[in-house]
Design a protein around this ligand. Structure first.
Ligand SMILES: O=C[C@H](O)COP(=O)(O)O
Length: 258
């Protein structure tokens, strides 16, 4: 049993998957399975923009919270194709994934825009899930800690201690995302502990201890329990395995029992 007092957070990141009827069906299947996690583990479904309203309605009255997969940093204006934080709040969305490596890799997301989106989300009352992680060659060059420290410092620039406690950090080694190559539990723990130490340097130890740090990258029903048993791994951001109710529930139950 872990000593940590932080409540685990298990979030599915559906990415660009599921139509509205499919989203409803998946959430209806997940709801009864994870009901026992209430009060023990925060369960979140981060879904495409088109599914947000369906997700909010389908999960109403349950212990599943809804998150978006991105948010723009301006309040409104000529930003074709973008969605503001106020628009998400108005729908009943509570969380938002920011700076996922797929946004960084395919859509030009930078630490500067991650920082702006994070601050805009917090200002609107959303809880950001800020993603950081090293590329394979950065790990091979032994600069993982430098990469992660830089991302944490830049992504959280000018975010207050009070606000960072509402922020979830997701450590997602890019080489482990969707590849089936999971970081070992020791590798995940090492970097999550490093993130907490970095937060302690920027803020203070008590603040760092209050921040939830997730692991993401091929977390699945078979490896979740070991990953989640680590002291500084407070939850998971799950891609592929979050699209199957039984697998997602196995991960949630691993957190409940951790
Ligand atoms: O946001 C989730 C991560 O990108 C992990 O995705 P994955 O579980 O499919 O590897």
């Amino acid at each position: 049993m872990k000593k940590s007092v932080r409540k685990a957070i298990i979030a599915g990141n559906w990415k660009m998957n599921k139509t509205r009827p499919e989203a409803k069906e998946l959430l209806e299947a997940i709801k009864p399975l994870v009901a026992n996690a209430e009060g023990k583990v925060e369960v979140i479904a981060c879904v495409p923009f088109t599914n947000l309203e369906t997700a909010v309605n389908t999960t109403a009255g349950s212990n599943i919270k809804v998150g978006a997969e991105n948010v723009h940093f301006e309040k409104s204006g000529a930003f074709t194709g973008e969605i503001s934080a106020d628009m998400l709040v108005e729908l009943g969305v509570e969380y938002v994934v920011i700076g996922h490596s797929e946004r960084r890799q395919y859509f030009g997301e930078t630490d500067e825009t991650v920082n702006k989106r994070t601050k805009a989300a917090l200002a609107a009352g959303l809880k950001p899930i800020v993603c950081v992680g090293e590329l394979l060659w950065e790990r091979e060059c032994n600069i993982t800690e430098e990469v992660i420290a830089r991302q944490i410092k830049l992504d959280l620039y000018d975010v207050s201690a009070e606000d960072v406690k509402k922020t979830v950090i997701a450590y997602e080694p890019v080489w482990a995302i969707g590849t089936g190559k999971t970081a070992t539990a020791d590798q995940a723990e090492e970097v999550c502990a490093f993130i907490r130490a970095t937060l302690a340097k920027i803020y203070d130890e008590a603040t760092a201890q209050a921040v939830t740090i997730q692991y993401g990258g091929s977390m699945n029903a078979g490896n979740a329990a070991e990953l989640l048993s680590k002291e500084n791994v407070d939850g998971g951001l799950i891609g592929g395995a979050s699209l199957k109710a039984a697998d997602f529930n196995t991960i949630v139950q691993a957190a409940v029992n951790g």
